[in-house]
Design a protein around this ligand. Structure first.
Ligand code: MG
Length: 386
């Protein structure tokens, strides 16, 4: 342990992810003289090519549809901000939390969920495609910027934190052991926190982007309990200024308040659970059954968030305009997959070179999933002679 890591651990609660529990890296490296192992992991993620590409990948609205909509990159930064703030309040490991948040969407395909579903269907006979699994392939193998190893050589704790504990990963043999161990444990608090902040971030942000795009009308939101409650609370103290504000400012302020309320609820309920359960070590947390995990919203808020999710599915994610964007993405991915699988000689040489070891279809899937929306659309236009 470096002096920085020793000092950082003194600031944490005893059941947080400590630097002593990082479990090292698959390829041993000298410790960094200035940064802790998790700060180093975070920096490697930020400097990766896959991270930069998130700026041009669809969250819900394609990047080409408007400059103010979320992309995977801005979403990842927002998840990092939320989860880091909560980690700080609960005295969890902020740097570790930030690593997991920044890496959580690295494996997403172009064109959002439509892209993933299409690629999964095309890869069905070849092991399938799943974005979380792909995030691990990226950091463990596909990033190439080091001389001695492929991937980013992150700490084993970061790799384990990126894995969803219910899933079995068959994507990469070097990760199998970590994966086996992880599948038998509950997530540590930092990993669970990133997961929950991901959900709360996309629910609020998709609502805001939906309103900005006019696919959702502000009047429709009165169906959502959480929205109505927030309106009431805000009106009690700010009624005049709220009514005088421009409609866009009004809904943005209400959404901001709604998000703050969710985060406050998360902190209060988690503290209550931690007080009751009184864990002492990291193992006390990972040994818990999923239903006993202390990181959670209160029961009423869980119910309200479920209602919000259903609303978004019905009104936004299945809106004809969103369906059309999804269909466009699916067609692009289908054509590219067929072309590259039938004519691998058109793939870049460094991609072709991976085929003997990884097989044609996995290599094509890695190549397509790494593309940004616009790169995939350009490749499609070129091949279609458009
Ligand atoms: Mg996400």
């Amino acid at each position: 342990m470096t002096p920085q890591e020793e000092y950082a651990d003194t600031l944490l609660v005893s059941y947080a992810m400590r630097h002593t529990a990082s479990e090292g890296r698959l390829f041993a490296e000298e410790p960094d003289p200035y940064r802790t192992c998790f700060q180093r992991d975070r920096d490697r993620i930020i400097h990766s090519k896959a991270f930069r590409r998130l700026g041009y990948k669809t969250q819900v609205f394609a990047n080409s549809e408007g400059d103010n909509y979320r992309t995977r990159l801005t979403h990842s930064l927002e998840v990092a901000q939320l989860s880091r703030s909560v980690a700080c309040t609960l005295r969890l490991n902020q740097d570790y939390t930030e690593c997991l948040a920044l890496a959580h969407d690295l494996g997403h395909t172009p064109f959002g969920h439509a892209g993933q579903d299409t690629l999964h269907a095309l890869m069905k006979a070849h092991g399938g495609f799943e974005h979380n699994c792909q995030s691990l392939r990226i950091v463990a193998e596909l990033e190439t910027r080091y001389l001695d190893f492929n991937g980013l050589n992150l700490t084993l704790a970061t790799l384990a934190g990126m894995m969803k504990h219910t899933r079995i990963y068959t994507c990469d043999t070097s990760l199998e052991e970590i994966c086996q161990k992880r599948s038998q444990e509950s997530p540590n608090l930092e990993a669970a926190l990133v997961d929950i902040c991901d959900q709360v971030a996309y629910l609020h942000h998709d609502l805001e982007d939906g309103l900005d795009s006019n696919l959702l009308k502000v009047e429709e939101l009165t169906e959502i309990t959480l929205w109505r409650d927030t309106q009431q609370t805000v009106a009690a103290t700010h009624n005049e200024t709220l009514q005088a504000a421009r409609p866009q400012v009004r809904f943005r302020f209400l959404l901001k308040q709604m998000l703050s309320h969710c985060i406050q609820d998360l902190i209060t309920e988690t503290r209550r659970q931690l007080d009751q359960q009184n864990p002492q070590t990291l193992q006390d947390i990972t040994a818990l059954k999923p239903q006993d995990h202390p990181l959670r919203f209160s029961a009423p808020l869980q119910k309200n968030l479920k209602q919000l999710r259903t609303f978004l599915f019905e009104r936004l994610y299945r809106h004809p305009s969103v369906n059309q964007m999804a269909r466009r993405g699916a067609r692009i991915i289908q054509l590219l997959f067929t072309e590259y699988s039938q004519h691998p000689e058109i793939l870049p040489r460094h991609v072709q070179a991976r085929i003997p070891q990884h097989g044609l279809h996995r290599v094509v899937s890695d190549y397509i999933s790494g593309m940004t929306d616009r790169f995939a659309a350009q490749a499609y236009s070129y091949l279609m002679l458009l």
